[in-house]
Design a protein around this ligand. Structure first.
Ligand code: UD1
Ligand code: CA
Length: 455
């Protein structure tokens, strides 16, 4: 049967206190509306229309090429929002309606909803949650049949006591949805067109309304403010961590390990506490990611140990020891079997196989061969205040401690730059460059300087 979906996301989300539309706030590293969109697509929706209104340009930008859009201007309520998705009016089959601010509802739940409509005309998903104050109440008759949904602001005292609430997720027979939407009015406390009124309307027409309940009530975290946002984030992060643990990743403390939705991690990798792994990051097998790592769009191969590192838009291949305190950025590539850190920054640098850069070094815009050794405190001087220049160091070279490589500069194979040198000219293969004053020792000057007698 043909399946379509409508995601309601036109509201401002006043309680977020934000310039950004509510559904663009991120959970697990991506806008919440994209979680919903992905889930409904995976549940089988062949066409998805997202209804947008507030912050239209930002929403269009975020959803570009990912689904169809409908504009709701002004926002007159949830039924009015569905009516705006006119492009689905002549579709056959089933239409799922859900909210862009409920990012924790799973693919399984949406799938279950599509299955439940087979013997009904409308299916409502209900839940029982601890803090249920503002939700619409499910009114059942003596036989347990759902008669109506009453919005909290329209509830009498008895209805307020009802614990079963409306999640705001429904599936309809498409044709019936659009046929009866027109009957919804705004005679209620909020003067809005409530989608929930369709329960009563369907019942009046003798159509079948069915309620099914959410199997895990924790999915029902509707994000209305930033407190909810943190709850949704914690819930989704826990799920993501559990997924990777089941796939063979050891996570010592999932409550302090943040893994984005698009991240992948290979088996027998161990994650120590306090890491934030986001964007399009891929981590291979048998890595040890020690404390306090921030990885964003990072590609990590196999068998590395990474400690207190910040790796952005960069790659570490295999069997490297990175850290502690390393910053790799701007398309840096670290080849196999390398040692980088303590306190090292690489920017736009290709660091060849089996090289060493173990202490207090900055390499920017550099190409480094294999088996190169950097002493402590080497700096590529790549910027003259106006332009950036390239440094190249060939295989097997030895760069002594505290060397400045003034770019553009080329250091040949097995060349040596003596410690403390400021290298302004190219060094050919096998040469040694010393670029510093020769030392002179002056007998007795030390005592004079310090105003002290020789004892
Ligand atoms: C709605 C339900 C309520 C349910 C609750 C669950 C109605 C009338 N009430 O109430 O029964 O318990 O969700 O969270 O449906 N939206 C639009 N256009 C509009 C109005 C809303 O797109 O004109 C979107 C919002 O952006 C939001 C969603 O619909 O994503 C829900 O709207 P909201 O105003 O938060 O509804 P609730 O009062 O929470
Ligand atoms: Ca809401």
């Amino acid at each position: 049967m043909n399946k379509t979906a409508i995601i309601l996301a036109a509201g401002k989300g006043t309680r977020m206190v934000s310039e950004k539309p509510k559904t663009l706030h991120r959970v697990a590293g991506r806008p919440m509306v994209l979680h919903v969109l992905d889930a409904v697509k995976q549940a089988g929706a062949s066409r998805v229309v997202t209804v947008i209104g507030y912050g239209r340009e930002m929403m269009e930008q975020a959803l570009k090429d990912q689904c169809e859009l409908a504009i709701q201007e002004p926002q007159l309520g949830t039924a009015h929002a569905v009516m705006c998705a006119k492009q689905l009016e002549n579709e056959s089959g089933y239409t799922l309606v859900c909210y862009g601010d409920a990012p924790c509802i799973t693919v399984e739940t949406y799938k279950m909803m599509y299955e439940q409509i087979a013997d009904a005309d409308m299916v409502v998903l209900t839940a029982r949650v601890a803090e249920h104050n503002h939700f619409g109440r499910i009114i059942r008759n003596r036989n347990g049949h759902v008669d109506a949904i009453v919005e909290y602001k329209d509830c009498d005292e008895n209805q307020k006591q009802i614990e079963e609430i409306n999640t705001g997720i429904y599936v309809f027979k498409t044709e019936l949805l659009f046929a009866h939407l027109k009957e919804v009015n705004d005679y209620n406390a909020q003067r809005e067109y409530y989608l929930t009124d369709l329960v009563k309307i369907f019942n009046q027409h003798g159509l079948t309304v069915k309620a099914v309940s959410l199997s895990d009530n924790r999915e029902m975290i509707g994000v209305n403010d930033r407190v909810d946002l943190a709850k949704a984030n914690a819930f989704l992060n826990q799920k993501i961590c559990e997924k990777w643990m089941r796939k063979g990743v050891t996570i010592i403390d999932p409550t302090s390990t943040y893994i984005g939705y698009d991240v992948t991690i290979g088996e027998d990798t161990t994650l120590y506490p306090n890491s934030f792994i986001t964007g399009n990051t891929t981590i291979g097998k048998k890595n040890t990611i020690m404390m306090n790592c921030y990885l964003e769009n990072a590609t990590i191969g196999d068998g590395n140990t990474i400690d207190n590192a910040r790796i952005i838009d960069s790659e570490v291949k295999n069997n490297c020891k990175i850290g502690p305190f390393v910053h790799l950025r701007n398309e840096t590539i670290v080849e196999d079997c390398n040692r980088v850190g303590n306190f090292v920054e690489f920017k736009n640098t290709h660091f060849g196989y089996d090289s060493r850069c173990a202490h207090l070094t900055y390499l920017g815009d550099a190409t480094i061969g294999s088996k190169v050794n950097f002493g402590c405190g080497v700096v590529t001087v790549n910027y003259d205040g106006k332009n950036k220049f390239h440094t190249q160091v060939e295989d097997g070279a030895f760069i002594g401690s505290n060397v400045n490589l003034i770019a553009p500069v080329h250091v040949g194979k097995k060349a040596v730059c003596a410690a403390g040198s400021t290298i302004t000219d190219d060094v050919a293969d096998g040469e040694m460059a010393i670029a510093r004053d020769r030392q002179t020792n002056k007998p007795g000057y030390g005592y004079t300087y310090l105003n002290k007698e020789k004892q």
